[in-house]
Design a binder for this molecule. Sequence first.
Ligand SMILES: [Cu+2]
Length: 108
Amino acid sequence: MSMKKSHFVLAGAALVLAYAAPVSAETIQIKIDKLKFSPEQVTVHVGDTIEWVNADFIAHTATARNKAWDVMLAKGKSATTAMTKAGAIDYYCRFHPNMVGKIIVQDT
Ligand SMILES: [Cu+2]
């Protein structure tokens, strides 16, 4: 293999890595319907965003037990929360403590 050709191959491999490396952030929807978070448990990555959609006709909250966030969700409204730290977060609704869910945030 000539020097020229091996350089070309290396450049091609570097290009593939450059395209594969960045993981794009995602938005994951958690719906509230009939006093339930759905899905009840999700696994996401640091940098992802949770979109809360309250499909009920009453207000709810999504409140992290570790106090990382407390999202107020009026009836029929939605809101977003960015997941900035790795870890497992249990959350609940302050108005209806039986409503619980869990978000597992993985390092990217
Ligand atoms: Cu509630």
